[in-house]
Design a protein around this ligand. Structure first.
Ligand code: IPM
Ligand code: MN
Length: 352
């Protein structure tokens, strides 16, 4: 099979971890007889520096012409402490999500048996956790009207959702729940927010189309608590953009390291696969970042974008093997020997 993949390495540790994902993808392609055509594009601070736009049109064209997008990270500290910056790297990410119609962000949270004790949470709480958040990604407070009034003394960010947006997201949730343990949790704040009431009403209407799925409705504050108390009690969770942003960072603690968690953003035009860890600028260029989230994002890409399940499973298996054998970066190694980002990538590619 010929796989046309857009490669957006982005900022910070993005290029380093993406290099490893490419190595592993090439090794898989060789093993299963595929040909990968990579087309690169610039994003984020790198793109602001080059052309003044964090998501230039040329990059958008690269994505639109690809069957899938593999993405590293966006962000640069030189913009973080400058509220007056006119263009920011993160705008590139939001523009990319909107223009590619990446409305459903799928973020699985699972544990690796060999890493259970890396989590700050107790073993008996987290063992066996296997849940998936589907976060809405192109609506809500992120994209509502925002601004200032009263000579800048008052600021507002509107949260807006349409029924159509809720429905297409919830549909992903119901379908995923059907393929798993048939439990779906709708996370909202329907006791306070009108948008949440629209979410709840819409999901309730959809229940009759999926009679086998057992749906629960929980408030976001309670989920934030129960997620670290009894993560095992969840399977598929659907939620709006900001709640999903916050809860998925919280959930990454369960797995023991943010450096492990992949994600997929399912789009109208194409889908994008990225590690959830962000650009981690302190580690950029040091060859110490954990490449596994990027590698596991490539696995999601093989499965979700191309339907290549065996290829994805082979990647997950070699990742597991690297963890068991201690071929790990310093975020996971504690006092034991650690390996460089590139060494882990080489080891994975060689062991496929
Ligand atoms: C994420 C990030 C982004 C978000 C930022 C960088 C805009 O935190 O992908 O979760 O808030 O969505
Ligand atoms: Mn986030």
């Amino acid at each position: 099979m010929k796989l046309n993949i857009a490669l957006l390495a982005g900022d910070g540790i993005g290029p380093e971890v993406i290099d490893q994902a490419v190595k592993v993808s090439e090794a898989i392609a060789k093993k299963f007889n595929h040909e990968i055509v990579w087309t690169t594009g610039i994003t984020g601070a790198a793109a602001i520096d080059a052309v003044g736009d964090p998501y230039p049109d040329e990059t958008h064209d690269v994505c639109m012409n690809a069957d899938a997008v593999l993405f590293g990270a966006i962000g640069d500290p030189k913009y973080d402490n400058d509220p007056s910056a006119k263009v920011r790297p993160e705008q590139g990410l939001l523009k990319m999500r909107k223009k590619l119609g990446l409305f459903a962000n799928v973020r699985p949270t699972f544990t690796f048996p060999s890493l259970i004790d890396n989590s700050p949470l107790k073993r008996e709480r987290i063992e066996g956790t296997d849940l998936v958040f589907i976060r809405e990604l192109t609506g809500g407070i992120y994209f509502g009207e925002k601004g200032r009034r009263d000579e800048g003394e008052t600021a507002f960010d509107n949260c807006v959702y349409t029924k159509h947006e809720v429905k297409r997201l919830a549909e992903k949730g119901f379908k995923l729940a059907m393929s798993r343990s048939k439990r779906l949790c709708c996370v909202d704040k329907a006791n306070v927010l009108e948008t949440s009431r629209l979410w709840r009403e819409t999901v309730q209407e959809m229940e009759k189309d999926y009679p086998e799925v057992e749906v629960s409705y929980e408030f976001v504050d309670a989920v934030a608590m129960r997620l670290v108390q009894w993560p095992n009690s969840y399977d598929v969770l659907i939620t709006e953009n900001l709640f999903g942003d916050i809860l998925t960072d919280e959930a990454s603690v369960i797995s023991g390291s943010m450096g492990l968690m992949p994600s997929a953003s399912i789009g109208e035009h194409t889908s994008l696969f990225e590690p959830i860890h962000g650009s981690y600028p302190q580690a950029a260029g040091l060859d110490i970042a954990n490449p596994l989230a990027a590698v596991l994002s490539a696995a999601m890409m093989f499965e979700d974008a191309f339907g290549l399940k065996d290829e994805a499973e082979a990647i997950r298996a070699v990742v597991n093997k690297s963890l068991v054998e201690g071929i790990i970066t310093e975020d996971l190694s504690g006092n034991n020997k650690s390996y460089k980002t590139s060494e882990v990538g080489d080891w994975l590619a060689n062991n496929l």
